[in-house]
Design a protein around this ligand. Structure first.
Ligand SMILES: Nc1ncnc2c1ncn2[C@@H]1O[C@H](COP(=O)(O)OP(=O)(O)OP(=O)(O)O)[C@@H](O)[C@H]1O
Ligand SMILES: [Mg+2]
Length: 457
């Protein structure tokens, strides 16, 4: 890919010579002989770097610069200035030019500068792409859920995102607590500041205080330098306190003080530091029970739970399972470069009925695994690896043995049929029954002999 450069200068000899030198170096060059031509060119095409003479007829360099910054703000502009126009060059930097060079121009220097500016632009673009990807990932739109309980979750996210109130997110493991926390941050006015997550259960008790609030050099053995804590790092943004239920009581007291006073005391410091950020805490524990057992401070609970969001377990919103399956299928197909875009109806039924103790994270893992193992373009029961009695849920007579056995038999036959790609003679042989018995069972258990697949929309 060639670096695209626009040279705007009214001095013909300079322009043509410089343009030739740049082309010999492998750049793609366009020339403009005055300001108006330059603006025209920039309007038509994007350039990586624009070399702009300050004094030009038509529109001067400053005017072209203003236009460039409003039309294509990520263009890197190098101003070319002669003796009497240095002050204008300084003005140009304030307006968004990247740098300036003095006439007479040393070609090698400018070539180096163009390359630096181009690299800078590349990095900036990569950063923007990464940020968009990340924002997309944690965007409220990427949280899937149409169940009534999820609608309530979305409403609360929207309402709370415009405020600075602390939020407590509760729910079983894998229900999407961190995803919700990030979505609140991304949709809030603080989204340009940082979102910092800390797992309160994973840090040794002795280190939590210094991690959160920072410390001064020499305040304890091993504190060789001053260190800022996460509260300061997340200034103006969001601090996500994951697994808050695992925070030791000694640290809960200090956290409470920080939340109440809106200031922190770095370890070893005699001066508090003011803080301004939103706290989002999450836990899969029942904090009210923890309070009863005196393992969690009630006052801290109320400070954190200004707004509460509870995420329902997946088994209580089974209607969302097909959408989630399709979402993860698309994700893993694209990541693995596969085209496994169908799932057969039996596999779908098993997934809808499964207990999902690990919630969405477990479903995500099952689909990832299925895409790895599926041969061809369809996920079958044999690909999903959760063939067991727990997968067979029976809403009406949950403990009825006859029903359970019937369901088990049905699932098992489906499983074997899938393994044999629907070939009934082969399946009958594997099952150790005659072909006619298999046909009878298929009838009796209402198994679809020519099983259908669900298309990935
Ligand atoms: N509603 C959803 N739509 C799409 N993906 C989701 C949804 N909820 C969760 N996920 C995905 O499931 C995985 C688990 O989510 P997350 O880490 O937010 O859960 P968690 O509640 O914090 O779990 P844990 O308690 O185990 O830390 C993540 O990969 C996340 O992207
Ligand atoms: Mg989590």
């Amino acid at each position: 890919m060639k670096i695209r450069v626009l040279i705007a200068d009214d001095e013909q000899t300079f322009r043509e010579t410089f343009s030739r030198v740049l082309m010999e170096e492998g750049f793609e060059v366009t020339e403009a002989c005055d300001g108006l031509q330059a603006i025209d060119a920039i309007r038509k095409d994007p350039y990586d770097v624009v070399i702009l003479d300050i004094q030009m007829p038509g529109a001067d360099g400053i005017k072209v610069l203003r236009e460039t910054m409003s039309l294509r703000p990520d263009t890197r502009v190098i101003m070319v200035t002669a003796f009497g126009t240095v002050e204008m060059a300084v003005e140009a930097i304030k307006l968004g030019a990247s740098e300036y060079v003095m006439k007479p121009i040393i070609f090698d220097d400018v070539i180096l500068k163009i390359q630096q500016q181009w690299r800078y632009r590349q990095l900036q673009q990569e950063n923007t792409e990464l940020k968009t990807q990340l924002d997309g990932q944690f965007n409220i739109d990427s949280i899937i859920g149409e169940a009534q309980s999820m609608k309530h979750v979305f409403e609360t996210i929207y309402k709370v995102s415009g405020t600075k109130s602390n939020v407590l997110v509760t729910g079983e493991s894998g229900t999407g607590k961190e995803m919700v926390a990030r979505a609140i941050h991304t949709t809030s006015p603080a989204s340009s500041s940082r979102f910092i997550a800390i797992n309160c259960g994973a840090i040794p008790e002795g280190l939590i205080e210094s991690e959160l609030f920072g410390h001064l050099k020499g305040s304890f053995t091993g504190a060789h330098v001053d260190k800022k804590g996460l509260f300061q790092a997340a200034e103006n943004g969001t601090l996500f306190l994951d697994e808050i239920g695992h925070m030791p009581l000694s640290c809960q007291v200090k956290l409470l003080r920080a939340v109440e006073e809106r200031e922190i005391w770095p370890v070893g410091s005699t001066q508090p530091i003011e803080i301004n950020l939103r706290l989002i805490a999450a836990t899969n524990k029942r904090l009210l029970e923890e309070i009863k057992e005196e393992r969690f401070r009630e006052d801290l609970y109320y400070r954190l739970n200004v707004v509460g969001i509870h995420l329902p377990p997946l088994r209580e919103r089974r209607e969302d399972i097909p959408k989630l399956i399709h979402f993860f299928m698309t994700k893993y197909n694209s990541e693995m470069g596969k085209e496994c875009v169908h799932i057969n109806e039996d596999a779908m039924q098993v997934l809808i009925n499964y207990e999902w103790r690990g919630n969405i994270r477990e479903l995500q893992n099952v689909i990832e695994r299925a895409i790895i193992f599926a041969e061809g373009d369809t996920i079958k029961v044999s690909d999903i690896g959760i063939f067991n009695a727990a997968a067979i849920k029976n809403d009406n007579d949950e403990y009825d043995l006859h029903n359970a056995m019937r369901n088990y038999e049905r699932q098992y036959i489906i499983h074997v049929l899938d393994k044999c790609d629907g070939n009934k003679s082969l399946a009958a042989k594997s099952l150790g029954v005659g072909l006619s018995s298999l046909y009878r069972k298929i009838d009796e258990l209402e198994i679809n002999g020519n099983r259908k697949v669900t298309n990935l929309a």
